[in-house]
Write a protein that binds this ligand. Structure first.
Ligand code: ADP
Ligand code: VHF
Length: 262
């Protein structure tokens, strides 16, 4: 990881919003500080962020996520602007410019749109601006109705990592690592530090999100890991409670779970 030059960092809703639905302002601030310091030390940093719907639920004082698609899309529209204003404020404090990039999956199937998106991100990186990517939830119904297990930001981050030829993907979540079972419901679960291949056993150990905020749980992170490893890339899963851990990952320290093929 010491040689990682271009890094994609993915932040889950669970990192940004706590179990009571409250926004974790200090985590967002520390994330901005950490990514800025990486950027200023010569790395190229791309942030893929979830949380639009999570922060909107707090804004609208909703206890649970609405089931209807238009209501979820409305929340995404409300939350995305607020999420970006939080990032804008936090990064501005460290004199770091950011740019919002909203993507849909059809972009990756269309050569011209993909080229346009990559050109825009490359232009931002060339200006030392940190691109902040989310799915354009208002028009991306495939993700919001949960009918397709592939439509989630873990997968989006994995595809972005590949398309931008990034050196690695760091996923921040609310668990320290991948465990032998879901640690939030199984006290005997132990962390797995290095995964060289996503086996059936590992897949069986991963279940969905129990927080009610995140969408895919560990299953979608494993799919993302498979996608990254299929392109001979590396992915690290760490706890987002302390975003400064990202710097430890880049130093090559053993934190979280490293997914790297043999
Ligand atoms: N084997 C496992 N190891 C770790 N976490 C797991 C596992 N299986 C399921 N999980 C669940 O995955 C959750 C993280 O996914 P999710 O809630 O979607 O977070 P995020 O918002 O960060 O994407 C954990 O809180 C945990 O409940
Ligand atoms: N695009 C959605 C998040 C989708 C998603 O994958 O969420 P998560 O499982 O928390 O990474 C939003 O901004 O609310």
């Amino acid at each position: 990881m010491e040689n990682w030059q271009r890094i994609v960092v993915k932040v889950g809703t669970s990192t940004i919003v706590d179990g009571d639905g409250q926004i974790k302002y200090s985590v967002i601030n520390r994330l901005a500080q950490t990514l800025t310091s990486l950027q200023k030390s010569g790395h190229e940093v791309v942030l893929v962020t979830s949380g639009a719907i999570g922060v909107a639920m707090q804004q609208m004082q909703l206890q649970s996520r609405p089931k209807e698609i238009p209501q979820q899309q409305a929340l995404a529209a409300i939350g995305q602007t607020y999420l970006m204003s939080l990032y804008n404020q936090s990064f501005a404090f460290y004199q770091q410019m950011i740019g919002q990039v909203l993507l849909t999956y059809d972009v990756f199937d269309n050569k011209v749109m993909l080229e346009n998106a990559i050109n825009a991100v490359e232009a931002l990186l060339a200006e030392h601006v940190i691109p902040i990517i989310n799915e354009n939830d208002v028009i991306a119904v495939d993700e919001l109705d949960h009918q397709h297990s592939f439509g989630d930001n873990d997968r989006l981050a994995a595809i972005v990592t590949h398309e931008l030829r990034a050196d690695g993907l760091i996923i921040l979540s609310d668990v320290d690592a991948l465990y032998t079972a879901n640690p939030t419901i199984d006290a005997t679960a132990t962390p797995i530090r290095h995964v060289t291949a996503v086996t059936d056993d590992i897949r069986m150990s991963a279940t969905g999100s129990v927080s009610g905020l995140g969408t895919g749980g560990m299953s979608t992170k494993l799919l993302a890991a498979e996608l990254v490893m299929a392109h001979r890339g590396k992915m690290v899963l760490i706890n987002g409670a302390n975003p400064a851990l990202i710097l430890d990952v880049i130093k090559g320290e053993a934190v979280g779970t490293l997914f790297q093929g043999e």
